[in-house]
Design a protein around this ligand. Structure first.
Ligand code: IDP
Length: 141
């Protein structure tokens, strides 16, 4: 197993539900360490840049509207196989298809407001972490 870092975002719907602590507890109980964290209210430009790969998709405008609708908590999680472990904890993109006990099954109802984001590959983790954090904001533990 490789020690990895991944970017997690607790999205505006989960922040509005006061679920920040419950979600971070799941990461920590699974052995992932929070090595950076901050709360942000994303601008359209910042949210649009983050999801640039979806720019041509029909849901892009709604996605940016949702991601800028309230504050988010962005974190860097570190641990063994952190990228795939976080994706397992999150569950499927559509909460209706997410396995029982996953974050999306427990905290989200719809695909447009699905509680969390997690990097899906080492390449996206590297890009996404650098999109939100400078090296001096990450605290190895
Ligand atoms: P992921 O968040 O599970 O990695 P992606 O395919 O990267 O899923 O999509 C990014 C985000 O875009 C999703 O989390 C979801 O909020 C939104 N999204 C994806 N597909 C759809 C769709 O078909 N309709 C509405 N929103 C979508």
């Amino acid at each position: 197993m490789a020690t990895e870092r991944t970017l997690s975002i607790i999205k505006p719907d989960a922040v509005a539900k006061n679920a920040i602590g419950d979600i971070i507890a799941r990461f920590e109980k699974a052995g992932l360490k929070v090595v950076a964290a901050k709360m942000l209210h994303l601008s359209e430009e910042k949210a649009g840049g983050f999801y640039a790969e979806h720019k041509e998709r029909p849901f892009f405008k709604d996605l940016v509207g949702f991601m800028t609708s309230g504050p988010v908590v962005v974190q860097v999680l570190e641990g063994d196989d952190a990228i795939s472990k976080n994706r397992e904890l999150m569950g499927a993109t559509n909460p209706k298809e997410a396995a029982p006990g996953t974050i999306r099954a427990d905290f989200a109802e719809t695909i447009d407001a699905n509680a969390v984001h997690g990097s899906d590959s080492p390449e996206s983790a590297e890009r996404e972490i650098a999109y939100f954090f400078g090296n001096d904001e990450i605290c190895p533990r």
